[in-house]
Design a protein around this ligand. Structure first.
Ligand code: ZN
Length: 179
């Protein structure tokens, strides 16, 4: 997996670039939470569930169906998130889906069960440039943590910032016009 911070940063940067009128602050935070949420499945290791199991790490929680279900569920509270139901589901679904799609670009571990429950196949993108992060903070800090962060900065943060710049340019806000 990319680190949980990197997962959360993607919707934060994109949502912030879209602006408060489009994505409320509360919706932005909900998007960041949902983008990080699938990796709660690492508790499966503690519960003795095999990595390869449907309910193991990168299993059902990393599927399109899970992203859709969790975004629909949270969208029941769209009023609290100060947004419309459609915008709420749309943003949260993309935020949640970004998680397995990024995991599928990593160079290690098992792939993601993106098409669960139709298929249990663990799936990778054809291009896997992101260095996989060791599971667990201690291992992350003691093993190749910096190399992983560099890889994520290059392959996730930079393209996301590029997308944000394109959105800002599309909104006529960047680069700032001088008069
Ligand atoms: Zn993950």
């Amino acid at each position: 997996m990319p680190t949980i911070i990197t997962h959360a940063v993607v919707p934060l940067i994109v949502g912030a670039a879209l602006g408060r009128r489009c994505i409320s602050a509360r919706l932005l935070i909900a998007g960041a939470v949902l983008a990080a949420l699938p990796d709660l499945d690492v508790v499966s290791f503690k519960l003795g569930i095999a990595y390869t199991d449907t309910w193991g790490h990168r299993g059902a929680s990393h599927s399109i169906l899970f992203a859709l279900a969790i975004s629909c569920l949270v969208s029941l509270f769209h009023k609290s998130l100060q947004t419309s139901p459609g915008r709420c589901i749309g943003f949260l679904f993309l935020a949640a889906l970004s998680h397995p799609l990024l995991d599928a670009c990593t160079d290690g571990g098992l792939g993601v069960a993106l098409f669960w429950p139709f298929s249990d196949l663990r799936w990778f993108m054809p291009f896997t440039p992101i260095e996989v992060s060791p599971i667990g903070l201690t291992r992350f800090l003691s093993q190749r943590g910096w190399a992983v962060m560099q890889s994520e900065l290059y392959w996730v943060w930079l393209p996301t910032l590029g997308l944000a710049a394109a959105i800002l340019a599309g909104r006529g806000l960047w680069p700032a016009k001088r008069s």
